[in-house]
Design a protein. Structure first.
Length: 106
């Protein structure tokens, strides 16, 4: 199955399985961004090589609070995500399965 530039394959299903494990352990999460077309990615100021062009999610804890973003990022690492960005000021965590470890905090 594909739409424009998205191919739904193993990476998508692996991501969804890990996201469900994260939700099972962590609790409700609000997904604020997923796959993007190249045009939409440019429109929102995404990186030219953004993982959102392949498959990634940005998630927000349903119950925000001090330290929750860092805790969510740690929980995501435990569940097997390898691309994890903690956006402290904006209050979300970026998750992807790029195939190599990448961690950042903004």
């Amino acid at each position: 199955m594909a739409h424009c530039c998205l191919t739904v394959g193993n990476r998508f299903w692996d991501h969804m399985a890990k996201l469900q494990l994260l939700r099972d352990d962590w609790g409700p999460l609000r997904i604020t961004s997923t796959w993007r077309t190249p045009e939409y990615n440019a429109e929102v100021g995404g990186a030219e090589n953004s993982q959102h062009l392949v498959w990634a999610t940005d998630v927000v804890p349903a119950k925000p609070g001090p330290g929750r973003i860092e805790e969510l990022a740690s929980a995501a690492e435990y569940e097997g995500f390898d691309g994890i960005g903690a956006y402290l000021e904006q209050g979300f965590v970026h998750l992807d399965l790029r195939g190599s470890d990448a961690r950042w905090t903004v």
